[in-house]
Each structure stands twice: as C-alpha cells, then as structure tokens.
Design a binder for this molecule. Structure first.
Ligand SMILES: Nc1ncnc2c1ncn2[C@@H]1O[C@H](COP(=O)(O)OP(=O)(O)OP(=O)(O)O)[C@@H](O)[C@H]1O
Length: 682
C-alpha cells in the first residue's frame, strides 16, 4: 500500500456547487487533521495528481476525471447520505403532494427517492427527473439535493434540501487511511453525531415524522432533557435494549437503564466521553455528549458490527500470529555490521535472558526477534508479537494480562486469558516498547521481576514461563531523562542488547537485499546496474522495509524482464529524514534522481554548505569535522554516515577528490546549487 506523504486529500467533482458543499463538510469534520484540496471539472482542474488520496463524490465521476488521476493515487468513492439538517422543510408539505425529484442522473434520483421513503418521508409523491428524461410531467414543485441548475423552467417552487453529505463510514475510511482512526475516530464521529443532535433538538419541536429520520441512523440514539427525561429513543435502540419507544419517551432515564455502570456513565460529568458496556449480551461502544450543559445525547454502537475498527485493532495488536516466521538464514546482509549483529544474536539466542533490540523502523527488529526465538530452546513453544502502538492503555492491559471473571462491566464470563499466559513456554515480542504508559511499565516491571502475573481484577497469582524480547525505535535513555520511561524497567529489559544498524550505514547490503526481494517475488527479473548504484546512494530513512516496498513497487510497474531507473517511484513515495525540521534549508530531502530536478536532501546540503565555507576560507575539511559540526545542529551524523554521504555526493557529481591536495572539493554543479539556495534564503 502506498504511504502518502502528508495527511492530504484531494476532492474532485464535476460541478462547482458539489465541490463547495462537500469541501465544506469535509473541512468541518477533518480540517484540523487533514489538508483538504478540492477541484471541479466545471472550474477546471489544474494538473494530474500523483501519490494522492483522491475522494470522488460518486462512481460516475471516475469516467470524467480519470485523466487527472495519475500514478500511485488511491481513490475513495464517497458514500453519500441525505443531508438530515435540511429535510425538515419537507415535513410540512401536505400528504400526497406531488414533487419532481431532481438530480443529475437516473441512478442517484432513484436511490435518493428510495432513501426519502426509508426515512418515512413518504407523504410526498416523488416524480423522478434528470437531464435527458423523456415523458416529463409538468409539476410545479421540485425537490433537489443542490442541483439547482438543472431544474426545468416550468417549475415554480424549489425546495433545495442541500447536497447529499458524505457519510460517516467514508469519513472513517479517510481517517483510517492516514492511521488517524484510533486517536481521532471517536472525536470525529462525535462531530458527526453532533450535527444529528442539533437536528433532534429542532425536531422535537417540529413533527413526529422526524423521528423516522433519527431512526434511519444505523446506531442507537438516546437524548435526555435537563430533567433527566428521555426525549429521543430511536428504533435502533428499541431493538438493542428491547424496550418500546412509547415506554421510554417521557420516562426518567433510570427507569429504562438498570445497568448501574452505564447509568452512572451517562449521567456523570466526567471527562471520559465513551466507554464499552455490555448491553443485552452485546459489546456496545457508548458515547456521551453534553449539549448546552443541559441535555445529554448518548449514542450506542455495536462494537463488533458497526465500524468494526476495535476488532481490527485487536487483530493488529497480535498481528503476526503465533509462529515465528524467520530464521537467521533469512536475514540477508554481507556488511560487517549485520554479520557481527547476527553472530551476537545467535549467541544471545542460546541464553534465556531478556533482550532489548534497538533500531530505526524497518531495520529488521521483528526479524531478529523471530530468528532468536527459533534458535532458542523455546522454539517449540509459541512466539507472540504484540505491537503497543495499536491499542489504548486499558485494552493493552487486558490483552496482555487477561482479566478475571466479573473484573469489569463487559468482562466475559469466566474471564479471559491474556497474551502472557498464551505465550507460556515460548517468547513474547513486545514491539514499540517506548509507546507504553507509565502504568503499564510498572506492571511489566513486576512481570520481569517476579515472573508471574495477575489478571486484571483478579487476585490469583499465575506463574509464567516466557522469554521477553522487547524492541524500540525510540531513544529510551532520552525518555528516561524526560521521566516518561522507567529507568528500572529499562535495565530489566536491556539485560542483553542488540543494536540494528540503519541501512544507510551498510550501503553494501543494498544490492543483496534488492536481489533478495526480487527473488522472493519473481526470480527471472533482473536489476539494471545503474539502478543498483542509485539505490545504494539513497539514504533509506525507512530502512529495509522501505527498500522492500520500493522493489515491490518497481516489480509491479516494470514493463520488461528488468527493473530500471525508470521504474523508480516518484518522490512522495519515500520516507523523509527525521531531521527535516532541524534546520532552515529550503531544499527538501529528495535526491535528484527521484524528483527529476536538482534537489538535495538536507544532510547532503548541510555537508556541501560546510565544505563550501571551509573552501572559501582556504581550510581543509574531513569526515571527523563534518561529523562534529553535524552534532551542533542535532543532525548527529556519525563518521561512517558522513563517509556514506560523501560517496553518494561523489557518485552524483557534487564532489570530487583532488589527488594533488588532501581533502574534498565541490564541483561546479554543487556550487551552482548552493549559490541559488543562498540567494533564495536571503
Ligand atoms: N536483513 C534483512 N534481510 C531480509 N529482510 C529484511 C532484513 N531486514 C529487514 N527485512 C525485511 O524488512 C521488513 C521490515 O522488517 P521488520 O518488520 O523486522 O522491521 P522492524 O525493525 O521490526 O520495523 P518496525 O520498527 O517498523 O516494526 C520485513 O519485511 C523484513 O522481512
């Protein structure tokens, strides 16, 4: 799957009006999280988009706009729903009113009429109308979702119910695509429901039919007025709670809900605005909103069925299954650094102590953990890989430690066995250990010290026999200084230690790895020699995983039996340097061959600038000085990294080594770029 560079989406529509309406809606929901751009064919679309998440208002638009959708784009076709805010205008029409329903194509016309009927707005007789329709009835009243331009002339009165809105599941898909779901999903859905809630307030005053609007929402909705009486109780909730609406409306909330925890939650003013409860045997996500400090609105979603993301996250949590897939021979690399690391890891495998693996993302931490397990005496036991970045604290805790019978509302009967217990006799791999809360750190420390666990809400001590391998791509020492990681836990974890070298300091592994990944998919494909040189010169901030993704991409787009420089993805594909905000250079971190223009990554630019300064002052500069200077701007390049950069700059024609004198010289190509950049920065 392509990773897009920024949280950025482009909405493309045919008509300007649709663009404006949907842009406004997306902006209301998402603008603080995602940058939204929008274009319409009517106003003109300025360019072809690449590596972009494109949102289209319906499937008919694809054909019209397909030429603007370039390489590596992903398209989300929005699901649309009636704009509930505006339908109240229809309620006051007398029974049997005839109205043209006007939209731009037959399919949406019939679909919308169906939705209107489902909403209970069937006191109106809808007559389909769309451009090109034959057999037209001259009706004087028209209803349209924003398509004012195509209303036929004979119509005298138009009710514009506004453009159909993008529905919540599409909004959630967008969030998920940028991995924002876990953190912001609730928050955004709250905004969405708030709209509906505002509507409910109007509705209460208006017409009983409006309840059907509320009923059409696929979640339970309950509203309570300032006296604690129920004012809205929709059909979904009737089914969920097995209580008829007429027995709920007007009654105090406590006469309807007898689950004390749920009731307390609904009526409390606490910060927590959502929780998981068991309602009639179902796991339900309940969200609470206070409106004007007086009324309360509560939504009930079936945790497993509705959006289903909690379950997905759980799956993600134990994402790699229960078997260790990799062995030491699967770890490819001829560089001395990787060879040495493998030797050390093999020795550690024979031991049963805790291991901490440190390394940037994509350097192969999980690969090593798996190989260590397989080479250890525990290899016939389970290997469980858990990733801490995926779930909330409470869920992590119950997943890891399990819970006792009746531990909390929603706890399954008989309790649940946690991952530590499941890993008994084997190894548990705790990935992204730097992401766990201090509370969990304390629990984990106890596991390491005592080799025993206690289930959440339980009192029984359960001994466990599990080897722990932890991994981090964060600087735990720095986190200790910042008081967000416990020092005692760090030492317990780091009994044995492996550091995995970044791919950019083992340039000589690139060729072998590239060939390895090609071979994994199709042995017959060759790699062009020049491409290998380009790959070796690239800094690979996403390490081996990024190289693998790049090769996979090229294998997919190649035309012949060889992958070449022409198959390289464009610049947005690549992960940026983590240092990209630490200095003020304007030229971004993409080497020239990827962007097609003369751009340089910040580190290379920093090095070239430094060499120029030294040259201008008649001084000689070497690797050590460059490395030291890089520490001053927190770029922290080791001498090996500097050597690698210098080589790469040489290959790309920015540097030459002058045999007559010691040191390195800039080429005219480099000087030109640096001078332009200086002018730009002035
Ligand atoms: N030396 C290697 N030889 C072969 N494949 C490798 C090597 N190093 C990494 N890989 C591959 O690169 C990908 C990323 O590796 P892995 O998941 O182990 O990285 P990681 O350091 O755990 O990443 P993260 O910190 O992001 O979880 C995997 O597909 C893995 O198989």
């Amino acid at each position: 799957m392509t990773e897009f560079e920024n949280n950025h989406i482009v909405l493309i529509t045919v008509l300007k009006e649709t663009r404006k309406a949907l842009h406004q809606q997306l902006a209301e929901m998402l603008s603080d999280l995602i940058e939204i751009e929008s274009f319409s064919v009517e106003e003109s679309i300025p360019k072809v988009f690449h590596s972009t998440l494109i949102v289209l208002p319906n499937k008919f638009t694809i054909e019209t706009v397909k030429d603007y959708i370039g390489k590596n784009c992903e398209v989300i076709i929005a699901k649309r729903t009636l704009n509930y805010e505006n339908v109240d205008q229809l309620l006051f029409l007398p029974e049997g009113t005839q109205a043209l329903y006007v939209n731009d194509n037959p399919e949406t016309v019939y679909e919308s009429i169906e939705t209107m009927r489902q909403l209970g707005l069937n006191h109106i007789e809808y007559i389909p109308y769309y451009p090109g329709k034959t057999n037209i009835q001259m009706i004087k009243l028209a209803i349209t979702p924003g398509e004012l331009k195509i209303i036929p002339n004979f119509v005298e009165k138009v009710i514009n119910i506004g453009h159909r809105l993008i529905d919540i599941t599409t909004i959630m898909s967008i969030l998920e695509r940028f991995h924002l779901m876990e953190e912001y999903g609730n928050h955004v859905s709250e905004r969405y429901y708030r709209k509906i809630v505002d509507l409910t307030k109007n509705l209460a005053k208006a017409h009983r039919q409006l309840h059907q609007v509320i009923d059409s929402v696929g979640d339970g909705i309950l509203a309570i007025d300032n006296k604690g009486k129920i004012v809205v109780f929709n059909e979904f909730l009737e089914n969920m709670l097995k209580i008829e609406n007429k027995h709920a409306i007007g009654h105090p909330i406590h006469s309807i809900i007898d689950n004390i925890d749920l009731l307390t939650f609904i009526l409390s003013n606490s910060q927590q605005e959502s929780g998981i409860f068991v309602v009639n045997g179902l796991d339900v996500i309940v969200e609470r909103l206070h409106i004007n400090d007086q009324s309360i609105i509560v939504t009930f979603r079936n945790a497993l069925k509705t959006i289903g993301y909690e379950r997905k996250l759980r799956k993600e949590f134990v994402k790699k299954g229960y078997i260790a897939k990799y062995n030491f021979p699967d770890i490819v690399g001829i560089s001395s650094s990787i060879q040495e690391t493998k030797q050390i890891a093999k020795r550690l495998a024979k031991n049963d102590l805790t291991v901490l693996i440190e390394g940037e993302s994509g350097t192969g931490k999980e690969l090593f953990a798996s190989a260590i397990h397989n080479a250890s005496f525990r290899n016939s036991g389970p290997f469980l890989a858990v990733n801490f970045s995926a779930l909330s604290d409470d869920l992590v805790e119950s997943e890891l430690f399990g819970y006792a019978d009746g531990a909390f509302t929603g706890a399954k009967k008989g309790g649940k066995i946690g991952l530590f217990e499941q890993a008994n006799g084997g190894t548990i791999f705790l990935d992204e250990i730097g992401d766990i809360s201090l509370k969990l750190q304390a629990r984990l420390l106890r596991v390491l010290q005592e080799k025993e666990i206690m289930r959440v809400g339980g009192s029984q001590i359960i001994p466990i026999d599990v080897r722990i391998i932890a991994a981090t791509n964060k600087n735990l020492l720095k986190m200790i200084q910042e008081n967000v990681f416990r020092e005692d836990l760090y030492h317990r974890l780091k009994v044995l230690f492996i550091h995995l070298p970044e791919l950019r300091v083992r340039q000589n592994d690139v060729e072998l790895l590239a060939k390895h990944f090609v071979a994994l998919s199709d042995r017959k494909v060759k790699i062009e020699h020049e491409l290998i040189e380009e790959l070796q010169a690239y800094p690979w901030y996403g390490n081996v995983r990024e190289l693998k993704n790049t090769i996979d991409y090229m294998l997919a787009v190649r035309t012949g039996n060889q992958i070449t420089k022409n198959d390289l993805p464009n610049q947005h594909f690549f992960q940026k340097s983590p240092h990209r905000n630490t200095n003020s250079y304007t030229i971004k971190s993409i080497p020239s061959f990827y962007s097609g223009s003369t751009t340089l990554d910040e580190e290379s630019l920093f090095i070239l600038n430094l060499i120029m300064n030294y040259e201008e002052n008649g001084k000689i500069i070497g690797r050590r000085i460059i490395s030291e200077k890089s520490q001053e701007v927190e770029m922290n390049l080791s001498e090996a990294q500097v050597r690698h950069r210098l080589n790469s700059l040489k290959i790309r024609g920015y540097l030459q080594t002058n045999r007559g004198r010691a040191g390195i010289n800039l080429t005219s190509k480099a000087k030109e770029i640096l001078n332009t950049n200086r002018e730009r920065n002035l």
